[in-house]
Design a protein around this ligand. Structure first.
Ligand SMILES: Cc1cc2nc3c(=O)[nH]c(=O)nc-3n(C[C@H](O)[C@H](O)[C@H](O)COP(=O)(O)OP(=O)(O)OC[C@H]3O[C@@H](n4cnc5c(N)ncnc54)[C@H](O)[C@@H]3O)c2cc1C
Length: 465
């Protein structure tokens, strides 16, 4: 990489090129922190699409790896520079370029932080539903690249359901604009959807067209305390089977409630094992009706307590605590590795039982939370201490969990993506023919393999540090 920094300083201003060791260290990982990665040789901070294009043209000529990065909040090791090279931090591309009220669409640059965008829509009575729990830091470009979801997935779908067009810089620096401001299109292969979920391996997303919805006028929050985890899972499956679709159904275990209880007044009882946080949104009469129906289902199924939270401020406290459960858990454990298994919703009780069996048989502690309404659960192996013995047991447990999710008809990742974390399991889900097809698509976009190399497919990486 001789002369790399000098060359990059010739393309961008010196303030947009970082190379100090402590700065490089900060860009070596994402929110996982526990995968082995190299540190980058340089970090660039482009402000415009043209600057992104200039850097890509240079990297293409010199065959230098480039890893796009949003906020680095990913949970799959996706933005870690496993082969070194350049990390491209896209947070300076941060303009909300258009909110078109009449067309119910918006156009943003890729580095816009999700919550900032959603906050800007609210006074306009507009709504962009995708809600990864990292909304206060993650970028919309990162959400598109991982096809991120969140609690609202059960009713509103995930990021992929809202992207109508993109601006993308390809590995050789050329710029394309698949899709647009329209909400449907039938013109050849759908490159917009192909880029959505491509985890930085096909190009750099610089601009995003999004579809918007009207902001629901009313909402209700209900918290349900259940005797057992199975009971909580069975209530979720029953709610879905009866055709009631809440705006969110989140599943939590007692351990999570104990760390979240500081947020609530009065605190939640800790004599249950499973907890459901539910949210209903729509018109006033709709939310009242749905909350009543679901409360009835919970009582029919003998929930210990169904707590209705009418005060909007109090309700917000529950959702803020829910959004922070992963960082809160990390304050009491040395490490928490999070899986992202998604199963058909009627299989949720089976998944919950299987998680408990595997934890007991392998002698590891597995926390469980997730967006239960869409079958997406996040079993997390919790390490009080990280030792080689526990790492080995955890690996067996995660292999078994992943296999069990697939056997239940599910997928290895509902929203976090593959990165390096789940590359090992890709063939279990997709098989050789689909993987070969994907590799040929990668080759067509990125013939020199400079775009976030070492991700999605098992090419080394994924080892715990
Ligand atoms: C506390 C916490 C809660 C979370 N909750 C959720 C959740 O509910 N749902 C969920 O889906 N995820 C969740 N996540 C994971 C993470 O926040 C999401 O994956 C998010 O979409 C990542 O966005 P980012 O901007 O941080 O991207 P990064 O982590 O920086 O990058 C993620 C991937 O996208 C690529 N990428 C980033 N920007 C671009 C771009 N502009 N062009 C091309 N490729 C790009 C990177 O190369 C990498 O492969 C959570 C994470 C944390 C820490």
């Amino acid at each position: 990489m001789q002369g790399l920094i000098k060359d990059l300083n010739g393309l961008l201003s010196p303030a947009q090129v970082l190379s100090q060791p402590e700065e490089m260290l900060a860009y070596a990982n994402d929110a996982t922190h526990y995968f082995k990665s190299r540190i980058p040789d340089a970090v660039v901070l482009p402000h415009t699409t043209d600057e992104v294009s200039k850097v890509m043209q240079y990297a293409f000529t010199k065959e230098i790896p480039v890893t796009p990065r949003g906020a680095g909040s990913g949970l799959a090791g996706g933005c870690t520079p496993v082969n070194g090279g350049i990390v491209m931090d896209l947070k300076r591309l941060n303009h909300i370029q258009e909110v078109d009220r009449n067309n119910m669409t918006a156009r943003v640059e890729a580095g816009v932080v999700l919550k900032r965008f959603q906050d800007q829509l609210e006074p306009l009575k507009l709504f962009y539903p995708p809600d990864p729990q990292s909304a206060s830091v993650c970028t919309i470009g990162g959400n598109v690249a991982t096809r991120a979801g969140g609690p609202r997935g059960v009713k509103y779908g995930t990021t992929g359901n809202y992207v109508t067009g993109l601006e993308v810089v390809l590995p050789d620096g050329s710029i394309i604009n698949p899709g647009g401001k329209f909400v449907k299109q039938s013109v050849g292969y759908d490159i917009t959807r192909l880029m959505t979920g491509s985890e930085g391996t096909l190009g750099v997303i610089t601009g995003v067209n999004l579809r918007l919805l009207p902001l629901p006028e009313a909402n209700r929050t209900i918290v349900v305390v259940c005797e057992t985890l199975e009971q909580a899972a069975e209530i979720v499956a029953e709610i879905i089977a009866r055709g009631a679709i809440p705006g969110m159904i989140e599943f939590l275990i007692k351990l999570a409630i104990t760390v979240m209880n500081n947020f609530f007044s009065p605190p939640l009882p800790t004599d249950g094992e499973g907890y459901l946080f539910m949210y209903f949104d729509g018109t006033e009469s709709q939310v009242e009706y749905e909350a009543k129906v679901v409360t009835g289902i919970c009582h029919d199924m003998k929930a210990k307590e169904v707590r209705r939270i009418d005060d909007p401020k109090a309700a917000q406290a529950y959702w803020t605590a829910r959004a922070n459960v992963y960082p809160l858990i990390q304050t009491i454990f040395q490490r928490a590795t999070t899986e992202d298994i998604t199963v058909p919703r009627n299989k949720l009780p089976d998944l919950v039982r299987t998680v408990q069996t595997i934890a007991a048989e392998e002698g590891v502690m597995i926390g469980l939370a997730g967006h239960a309404g869409d079958g997406n659960m996040h079993p997390s192996v919790l390490f009080s201490q990280v030792t080689p013995e526990i790492l080995a047991k955890a690996e067996v447990a995660i292999d078994r969990l992943t296999r069990a999710g697939l056997e239940l008809g599910g997928t290895i990742s509902g929203e976090h993506g593959i990165g390096i974390h789940k590359a090992k399991y890709l063939a279990w889900e997709l098989g050789d023919i689909q993987i070969e097809l994907m590799k040929r698509i990668k080759q067509a976009f990125d013939p020199k393999n400079i775009m976030n190399p070492g991700k999605i497919w098992m090419e080394g990486g994924g080892d715990h540090a």
